[in-house]
Each structure stands twice: as structure tokens, then as C-alpha cells.
Write a protein that binds this ligand. Structure first.
Ligand code: CA
Ligand code: CA
Length: 382
């Protein structure tokens, strides 16, 4: 990663189909600056280039098992997402999503039953052959200057011609597209994800997420569950990415047979890690926290959602140290519950901390036949 990639590969001036911005009601949304005119010469590849395998959705989500919305949590939920209101659950009095600006000439439908995540989503209809521009400011993204941000979004658009999601930053007052991805347009919810790093030369606080959609004939399009999160867990914090044997990539899970392959509902996305206790061994689930020494003297926050119906319950640790000399910096133990509950650990990273050896580790107590699930593990900086 690294270098500033500015490729608004603007087809050398093929300004064919600009939709001029119209002043008016679209600027009601939030406190964002006005929507810029749709970038006129955005190329519409034909056909839309396929996503590389590495960025393709791991598995089509089963329509019957959407992320199960959790009952209202009794305490504030920690979320590393720096995209505000990324699940579109909060709307203003006019039914517009808080924190998002949407170009004029776009009508917004009410929430429906088929959100990808939670209850709300953004359902839009634009005019045929026009571009719709949607963006939000990523105010918290400056905390991660040297860390890739994982941009994730779910969308469906049976009639759109092209959809694109981009990280935009301003440098010396000029907006630049840092990184972008075209969307495989589909009738069902599909996920797009890619990594992007904010260039060092960017103006502070200028990062934005922008989505461009070219309308075709017919119905509109929908967006939900948009997340921009630091990639401290190599992208698999939600445990969506599994190998052929059902083991989550990037995670240590030991012993092997504590993994249960069930269709249990996930907390986030389409997959969770379902586990079963064993009478002989504690179960260990661990992942390195991939942060640099630049984060010394900051507060690291690690959170996870889990269901743990046993006593003693599942415990999460943040640890540092080489193998054999590991030291637990802090921990959280889940109380018995059949519902998803979030555990949060905050660790002050001292000036001398060995950031290379930081880990998050879960320990299943030695109990036969008890079942557990873990999902949406996140690491962020406060
Ligand atoms: Ca939602
Ligand atoms: Ca998941």
C-alpha cells in the first residue's frame, strides 16, 4: 500500500453524461458540505470489471440467515467503524439518513423488511441515465494514518448500470480519489470490500467515503452496513473468511475439533465462529493485533461479540510478549447468556510496549458440550 494513487482515470475528457447538481433539498442531510457535482467523466467500464478473487465476497450470504439484529444493548456498543451511521439506522425527521449527503433528484424509500443489517437501510431511486452521488465524512479516520482501512459495503441494484465506492481525501485543497472499487451489480445483497490508506500528505480531517451509482432503467438500488475499519486483524475480524475445512483464516484455533460447523446466526455478516467446549482441554482462539510502534502511548480498544452460556464463561484477553512469556494486559469474561453480548477491553499502550507481540486471545473453559459463538472482533484506537 502506500503511495497516493490518483486515478480518476477520467477517460481523457469523455465528459459525456454529467448530471448537474441541483441546489435544493438534498443539502438537508446532516452538516455535510454540499454535494459536489457528480464527477462528469467517470468511466463506465463495459462490462464492469470483476473484482479480484481476494476482494470477492467470501460466500454469498444466505438470505434466510441475515445478521441477526441484536436486542437493544443495555450499554453503549463499541464500534471501530469510522463511517457514521453506516447501517442507516438513524434517520432525521425527513427520513434522510443522518451523516450522509445524497445528490438531488434522488428519492429515498422508507425502511423495509429486507435490510441487510439491522432494520434500516438506504433505498434510493434516481433518474434514468443519471449519476447519484452519496458520501459521508470519515472524521475518525485520522487516527489511522499508517494503517490500511478496510472499506466494506453491502449493496443491491438490479437496474443500476454501474456502482463505485471510493476513499476521497483532499490534498492542498484539491479532492483526490485515493482508492476505489467498482461493484458487481446484483439483484441480491452483495458485499464489496477493499483496503485503502490515507496518504500522509492529505489535509487533516478531509477523508470521505463516496459512492457513485449510474442509474439504468427500472427500479433503484439499496445500500447497507457500510463500514470503514482499521485493518488490525488482517480483515477477518468478522470471521467471514474461512478455508475449505471451516477454519477462519488468520486465526489460531486449538484444538481443531472445538470448531462446530453450524448454521447458527451470525452477529455480523453471514458467518460467526461457532465453538464447542471439551472436557479435556481449554479452547484457544487467537489473532495477532497488527499495529506499529506509532501507536505507543495511545489507548487500544479491542471488542468482540459472543454468546457464552456457561459458567465460568468465555474470556477474552489482550496480551503482549513472546511465546512462553505472554503477559495478559487486560481481560473480559462473558456472563452466561443465550444472547449476543459485547465485551470491550481498553489497554493503555505504554511507550515501551512491544507492539509487535500484541494479541487478542479467547479462552473457552474446559467444559464438555457447552456451545459458544464469537463474531465481529475489532481493534481500534481511542
Ligand atoms: Ca442497516
Ligand atoms: Ca461475522
Amino acid at each position: 500500500m502506500g503511495g497516493l494513487v490518483i486515478l480518476f482515470a477520467l477517460g481523457a475528457g469523455s465528459c459525456s453524461n454529467p448530471t448537474p447538481p441541483q441546489d435544493g433539498d438534498a443539502q438537508k442531510a446532516g452538516t455535510l458540505t454540499p454535494v459536489p457535482p457528480p464527477p462528469s467523466p467517470v468511466p463506465v467500464p463495459s462490462p464492469v470489471p470483476p473484482m479480484p478473487a481476494s476482494a470477492a465476497p467470501v460466500e454469498q450470504p444466505a438470505p434466510a440467515a441475515p445478521a441477526e439484529p441484536v436486542q437493544a444493548p443495555s450499554k453503549p456498543v463499541h464500534d471501530a467503524n469510522v463511517a457514521p451511521n453506516g447501517s442507516f439506522e438513524e434517520k432525521d425527521d425527513n427520513g434522510r439518513p443522518r451523516g450522509w449527503a445524497i445528490s438531488p433528484a434522488t428519492s429515498i424509500a422508507k425502511d423495509g423488511e429486507d435490510a441487510q443489517h439491522g432494520k434500516g437501510f438506504l433505498s434510493l431511486t434516481g433518474e434514468k441515465d443519471s449519476w447519484t452521488v452519496i458520501f459521508c465524512e470519515l472524521a475518525g479516520a485520522d487516527r489511522y494514518p499508517d494503517t490500511p482501512l478496510r472499506m466494506e459495503a453491502w449493496g443491491k441494484a438490479p437496474a443500476a448500470e454501474s456502482m463505485k465506492i471510493a476513499l476521497i481525501c483532499t490534498e492542498d485543497g484539491e479532492e483526490k480519489e485515493v482508492s476505489a472499487k467498482y461493484w458487481p451489480v446484483s439483484e441480491d445483497w452483495g458485499k464489496i470490500e477493499f483496503l485503502a490508506t490515507i496518504p500522509e500528505a492529505s489535509d487533516k480531517g478531509s477523508a470521505k467515503l463516496r459512492i457513485l451509482i449510474k442509474q439504468g432503467a427500472g427500479s433503484g438500488f439499496a445500500l447497507d452496513n457500510i463500514r470503514v475499519i482499521p485493518d488490525f486483524l488482517s480483515g477477518n475480524g468478522s470471521l467471514e473468511d474461512k478455508d475449505d475445512t471451516g477454519r477462519p483464516r488468520g486465526w489460531v484455533v486449538s484444538p481443531n475439533d472445538i470448531i462446530v460447523k453450524t448454521g447458527a446466526p451470525a452477529y455480523d455478516g453471514a458467518q460467526a465462529l461457532a465453538l464447542k467446549g471439551q472436557a479435556e482441554f481449554n479452547g484457544i482462539i487467537a489473532h495477532d493485533i497488527l499495529i506499529s510502534s506509532a501507536y505507543r502511548a495511545k489507548t487500544l480498544v479491542v471488542s468482540a461479540w459472543a454468546r457464552s452460556n456457561s459458567t465460568p464463561g468465555l474470556t477474552m484477553y489482550v496480551e503482549s510478549g513472546e511465546t512462553g512469556k505472554v503477559k495478559a494486559l487486560s481481560s473480559h469474561q462473558w456472563a452466561p447468556s443465550a444472547e449476543w453480548q459485547q465485551g470491550v477491553i481498553r489497554v493503555e499502550l505504554g511507550e515501551n510496549i512491544d507492539t509487535e507481540s500484541l494479541k487478542v486471545r479467547f479462552v473457552l473453559p474446559r467444559l464438555a458440550d457447552e456451545e459458544y459463538a464469537i463474531d465481529m472482533v475489532q481493534a481500534s484506537i481511542e
